[in-house]
Design a protein around this ligand. Structure first.
Ligand code: FUB
Length: 324
């Protein structure tokens, strides 16, 4: 009887998802996972794919947390398109970071001007309430490339925001985390830096004729530092679907050196892959997404996690998708 009442209270509150297996969240979709560790807890910020849609028409962002990587608490939907007066569709990938006791959640969305822009919401706690910090986008250049923000604060206090689709950009954020200094810089792409040439757009006929497209920077950058080395993981391309690849640098702004694919040729049942890497309680984890919930696919993506160990030279091993 006790078990029955515990189960019914879990169902009523929908507060705890007891899933140790992949995907870790099975009550709704959870694409584009961005992990953050704060005070002995792992938080994962995600988007929300809508069942039945055949494109990434997304409207909200979600948060879950865990102390043990097994039991996940659902913190609901702290922000949605309605939280940003300038946003009208495509609540795409995001990342949250803590600075001086405040939480800055960088998101991207389609604007009322019909392009993509990056905004930032701020809160006193990791789970909200979050408010649009600016009432307007932080990064807006009239381009569709303004997606997938990733943020990192270096040991000297300098914060960096990277983002991009096909083209990769960064700015140095000011200490307030809601403004930036200097100009937006585009990172040059080459076979040496990202394994292939920039993904061709429709007008890039010259690039299309070149051969080196086995791996390129596509989208979903994830920027972090480990043992004085900077890492940029991103969604690259393997044949018909995205893979996860990475490059490293001894400087936060490059030049980047391509290191290879981390996760490739996996039956993820999703065209996109989008990941984050983080250490927690002495272990390293890759967060990524798959379309492997029953009946799901490229537009019904869910967060999955793999534990891994860096090689002794700091390189990331090939990581194989598991169900547990
Ligand atoms: O989820 C929408 C978009 O798909 C993200 O912004 C990309 O990284 C890709 O995962």
């Amino acid at each position: 009887l006790k078990l029955k009442s515990l189960l019914s209270s879990l169902i009523l509150t929908n507060a705890i998802c007891l899933f140790a297996q992949n995907p870790i969240i099975q009550t709704h979709f959870s694409p584009d996972p961005a992990p953050m560790v704060y005070k002995d807890k792992m938080y994962v910020y995600t988007g929300d794919d809508i069942p039945g849609y055949d494109f990434y028409y997304m409207t909200k962002w979600r948060v879950h947390s865990s102390e043990d990587m097994v039991n996940w608490t659902d913190h609901g939907v702290p922000i949605s398109l309605e939280s940003f007066s300038w946003a009208r569709d495509r609540a795409w990938a995001s990342q949250c970071i803590q600075r001086n006791g405040k939480f800055y959640w960088y998101i991207c969305a389609q604007t009322v001007n019909n392009d993509m822009a990056i905004g930032v919401a701020v809160s006193d706690t990791p789970t909200g309430s979050f408010k649009d910090a600016l009432g307007k986008p932080l990064i807006t250049t009239g381009s569709w490339d303004n997606i997938d923000p990733t943020v990192f604060i270096d040991e000297d206090g300098q914060a960096y925001l990277y983002w991009g689709n096909s083209h990769l950009f960064y700015v140095k954020l000011n200490k307030d985390m809601i403004s930036f200094e200097g100009k937006i810089t585009e990172i040059p792409q080459s076979v040496e830096s990202f394994g292939g040439l920039r993904r061709p757009g429709k007008s890039d006929e010259v690039l299309q004729k070149q051969e080196k497209f086995e791996d390129v920077f596509v989208e979903g950058p994830w920027f972090y530092k480990r043992n004085k080395q900077y890492y940029l993981m991103y969604a690259g391309m393997t044949g018909r679907t995205e893979c996860l690849s990475y490059s490293t640098s001894s400087s936060p702004t490059g030049p980047w050196k391509y290191q290879g694919k981390i996760m490739t040729d996996q039956p993820t049942n999703s065209f996109t892959n989008h990941g984050g890497i983080i250490d927690f309680k002495g272990k390293s984890y890759l967060f990524y997404h798959t379309g492997l919930l029953p009946g799901a696919g490229s537009y019904g993506r869910s967060t999955a996690i793999e534990e891994f160990k860096y090689n002794s030279d700091g390189s990331i091993p090939k990581i194989v998708m598991t169900k547990e």
